[in-house]
Design a protein around this ligand. Structure first.
Ligand code: PEP
Ligand code: MN
Length: 340
């Protein structure tokens, strides 16, 4: 249920509503807008009738049900797009944000070289995995804390904020010490223990869609994070598994307008994992911006042929530079801009 307060409702009346919601066994989530404050009452629906009765309390304009299963992530609760500030970059704002870097942090030279290339081409955020969720237990699993330290060094040199994946709930605090955005990988999209824990941390979370999750399930995963108090969730479409084998996954481009309609959260697309081949990244990135994505996350490696993971779907720096120039053209055509 959403309790809509009258314009200019007194703080005291808002607090009374929040208290009452708690008393009825619901979790209150207040959204203070410029004109009106609304308070979401989230929980199981048994006491719905009693929530409806809050209509008679002072300062309340109306009490309306939220029909969708995602209460906090949905547009019913919040009409305006959510904009997430990451070191001064507004994700979900007017400008398209580009996150780029290697799949994995491999060594000092590789990550520094990648960071310099991303920065020189105009990329905004450096990506790089220190904890890698690999399909094979025999494949490179990441440099772990050493990788995080190298990311910190790259950030210090270039000024690029860092996005990196957290795989294991036990590593959350460690990763949060280094990351500006914590990534949840496709394979962990329904790791509810991890999601709930991330809901208690303050860092923005980039949540990747699982290769076999529906859009509804995907948004419900965002809801898990938000229900614990962290509202800074970025949704990332990275391709789903279909019968097609020419590409690693199938980029669900229509997920962009569907997510846009259903949620207020920023939407980012990963054309690298979606296609699995560097030569398809460019067109899919353009299509994503044209379809309304707020950003792109793409793999870039100084020597893809030597990469320890995902070399085939990584752009060389020169190709990335070209991509950045073309994204800008599409961004402008879509009424957006780029950070300079
Ligand atoms: C990655 O970003 O390197 C990654 C493992 O992505 P995904 O979880 O989408 O497979
Ligand atoms: Mn990868």
């Amino acid at each position: 249920m959403i309790i809509v307060m009258k314009p200019g409702a007194a703080e005291e009346d808002i607090n009374k509503i929040i208290e009452k919601i708690r008393e009825l066994g619901y979790a209150p989530h207040a959204l203070r807008g410029v004109e009106k404050t609304i308070v979401g009452a989230v929980g199981n629906e048994e006491n719905k009738g009693r929530l409806q009765a809050l209509e008679s309390m002072r300062g309340v304009e109306s009490v309306v049900p939220i029909m969708k299963p995602y209460k906090l992530a949905g547009r019913e609760f919040k009409k305006e797009n959510t904009v997430i500030d990451v070191c001064g970059l507004q994700i979900g704002g007017k400008n398209i944000v580009v996150m780029a870097g290697p799949c994995s942090v491999e060594n000092r030279e590789q990550i520094l070289e990648s960071a310099r290339a991303v920065k020189a081409a105009g990329g905004n955020i450096l990506r790089g995995g220190a904890f890698k969720p690999r399909t094979s237990p025999y494949a490179f699993q990441g440099l772990e804390e050493e990788g995080l330290k190298l990311l910190a060094e790259a950030k210090k040199e270039t000024g690029l904020p860092i996005i990196t994946e957290v795989v294991n709930p036990n590593d959350m605090d460690l990763v949060a010490d280094y990351a500006d955005i914590m990534q949840v990988g496709a394979r962990n999209v329904q790791n509810f223990t991890l999601l709930k824990l991330l809901g208690q941390c303050k860092k923005p979370i980039l949540l990747k869609r699982g290769m076999m999750t529906t859009i509804k399930e995907f948004i419900m995963s965002a809801e898990y994070i938000m229900s614990e108090g962290n509202r800074n969730v970025i949704l990332c479409e990275r391709g789903i598994r279909t019968f097609e084998t020419a590409t690693r996954n199938t980029l669900d481009i229509s997920a962009i307008p569907v997510l846009r309609k259903e949620t207020h959260l920023p939407i980012v697309v990963d054309p690298s994992h979606a296609t699995g081949h560097w030569e398809y990244i460019h067109s899919m990135a353009m299509a994503s911006v044209a379809a309304g994505a707020d950003g792109i996350i793409v793999e870039v490696h100084p020597k893809p042929e030597d990469a320890l993971s995902d070399g085939a779907q990584s752009l060389k720096p020169a190709k990335f530079k070209q991509l950045m120039e073309d994204i800008e053209k599409f961004a402008i055509a879509a009424g957006r801009g780029m950070y300079k």
